[in-house]
Design a protein around this ligand. Structure first.
Ligand code: ZN
Length: 418
C-alpha cells in the first residue's frame, strides 16, 4: 500500500471512530438526569420512550456504518475496484459508458447493502414507536422512483463531468464547476415544483382562519407569498414538519398535515415566522454561495489528484481513467467532507438562533414558538439532553434546551422594548 492508500485507510478509520465515539457518548448521556425543564416537559413516560427510541436508532446506525465500512475495506483489499474496471473495459469501448456503468454499479451495490437497514428502520423501529405509516407499496414505489430520478438526473450530471474531464483538458475543472453551479440553481428553482409532487400530494390550503392568519403574517413582514400547500406527510410518518422550497416564483411553503392537526394557529404561524426568518436573513443565499465555493475547491483538487498515478495504485488499479479517479478521489475526500460538514452544522445552528430571534420579533404571538417547539420535540422523541460532542458533529439545529433559553431571553427583550 502506498502513501495514498495509508492516508485514505487511516482517514476512513478516524471518521468511523469519531462517529462511533459521539454516538456512544450520546447514548450514555441518556442515563443522566436531563435538566429539570426537559424532564418536566417530557414527563416520565415520554422520557422513557425517547430513551428507548434513541437507543434503538443509534444501535441501528452504528451497525449500518460498521457493515458499510467493513464491506468497503474488504472490496478494496480484495482488489474489487480493479476487478470491476476489468469487467466494464470488456463490456464497453467508450470511456463515458464505462464510467457510467462503473459508478452506477458501485452506487447500486451501496443501495443494496443499506436496503435491509432502511427496511428494518421503517418497518420495525419506526413502527414500534408508532411513527411509521408507510405501507410496503408506498415504500417500494418511493425507492423505485428515487432510483429512477437519481439515475436520470445524476446520470446526466455525471456524464457531463466525465465528458469534460475526458475532453476539455486544463479547463475541465472550471467548466465542471460552472455546470454544477448552474445545475444546482436549476434544481433548487424547479426541483420542488417538478420532483416533490412525485412523492407527496401538495394541495393548496383551503380558505379559512389558518390560511388568513398565515397570509396576514406574510403581509405584515412584506413577504411575498402566493402559495401555501398542505402535504400529506401522514402517508408515511406521524412526525410533523414544515418547509420552504424553491427560489423566486417557484417558492412555496409546505405544511405537513400532521403539523396542522397537532398545533394551534398561533403555533403554526410562529413556526412559519421562523422559516420566513431563514429567507429574510438570506440563509438560503448564503448556503448557495458556500456550496458554490466548496464545489470549486473540490473540482480543483479533483483535477490535481486525477493526474497522480499513486491514487490509482492505492486501489490496485492497473490503468488510470477519469471514472476510477473520481471514485478514488471521493474516498480520499472523506475526511475533508467530515470537516466541512462540522463547519456547515456550526453555521446552520447559528442560523437557527437567528431565525428564532426573527420569529420572536415578528410573530403576532411569539410565545407560541416555544410551545410549538416543545410539542414537536417531545412528539418526535428527540434526545432530551444530547452530548455536546454529538451536537458538535451532527446537529444542524441547536438542542431544544439551548434554543428555549435563547428564545426566552429574546422574549424578555421584546417585552422590555414594547
Ligand atoms: Zn430553521
Amino acid at each position: 500500500m502506498n502513501i495514498y492508500g495509508i492516508v485514505i485507510f487511516i482517514a476512513l478509520l478516524v471518521d468511523y471512530a469519531l462517529h462511533t465515539v459521539s454516538e456512544t457518548l450520546n447514548v450514555r448521556a441518556l442515563d443522566r438526569h436531563p435538566p429539570d425543564t426537559m424532564a418536566s416537559l417530557y414527563g416520565s413516560e415520554a422520557l422513557d420512550r425517547a430513551r428507548r427510541y434513541i437507543r434503538a436508532v443509534t444501535t441501528q446506525s452504528t451497525l449500518e456504518r460498521t457493515v458499510v465500512l467493513l464491506v468497503l475495506l474488504a472490496f478494496w483489499f480484495a482488489g474489487g475496484f480493479e476487478w470491476l474496471d476489468v469487467l466494464v473495459r470488456q463490456w464497453f469501448t467508450s470511456e463515458l459508458a464505462r464510467g457510467l456503468v462503473y459508478i452506477g454499479l458501485l452506487i447500486f451495490g451501496y443501495i443494496l447493502l443499506s436496503m435491509p437497514f432502511d427496511v428494518y428502520g421503517t418497518f420495525v423501529t419506526e413502527t414500534r414507536f408508532g411513527f411509521n405509516r408507510t405501507t410496503w407499496q408506498t415504500f417500494l414505489s418511493d425507492r423505485v422512483k428515487g432510483l429512477l430520478i437519481t439515475a436520470t438526473i445524476g446520470g446526466a450530471l455525471l456524464s457531463g463531468i466525465l465528458l469534460l474531464f475526458i475532453h476539455a483538458g486544463n479547463i475541465a475543472w472550471i467548466l465542471c464547476w460552472l455546470v454544477v453551479v448552474v445545475f444546482s440553481l436549476v434544481t433548487q428553482w424547479l426541483g420542488p415544483a417538478l420532483l416533490l409532487p412525485l412523492f407527496n400530494r401538495f394541495e393548496p390550503m383551503r380558505e379559512g382562519d389558518l390560511k388568513e392568519s398565515i397570509m396576514q403574517y406574510a403581509r405584515s413582514v412584506r413577504f411575498p407569498l402566493q402559495n401555501v400547500y398542505v402535504v400529506d406527510g401522514s402517508r408515511r410518518s406521524s412526525k410533523a414538519n414544515a418547509y420552504f422550497t424553491g427560489l423566486g416564483r417557484q417558492r412555496r411553503i409546505a405544511l405537513f398535515d400532521t403539523l396542522i392537526d397537532r398545533h394551534s394557529i398561533d403555533e403554526i404561524v410562529s413556526v412559519l415566522a421562523h422559516e420566513v426568518g431563514h429567507f429574510r436573513l438570506r440563509h438560503i443565499t448564503k448556503g448557495l454561495v458556500l456550496g458554490t465555493v466548496h464545489a470549486g475547491v473540490a473540482f480543483f483538487l479533483l483535477d490535481f489528484f486525477l493526474g497522480q498515478p499513486g491514487l490509482y495504485q492505492a486501489f490496485y488499479l492497473s490503468q488510470s481513467s477519469v471514472y476510477t479517479g473520481l471514485v478514488a478521489f471521493g474516498l480520499l475526500y472523506t475526511p475533508v467532507e467530515t470537516g466541512l460538514s462540522i463547519g456547515a452544522n456550526l453555521i446552520s445552528r447559528r442560523h437557527e438562533y437567528e431565525a428564532d430571534r426573527f420569529a420572536v420579533n415578528t410573530a403576532p404571538q411569539p410565545g407560541s414558538l416555544p410551545t410549538a417547539l416543545k410539542t414537536l420535540h417531545v412528539s418526535n422523541l428527540t434526545h432530551p439532553n444530547p452530548h455536546w460532542f454529538h451536537v458538535f458533529l451532527n446537529y444542524s439545529h441547536p438542542p431544544l434546551a439551548r434554543r428555549l433559553e435563547a428564545i426566552d431571553e429574546q422574549l424578555k427583550l421584546r417585552h422590555a422594548n414594547a
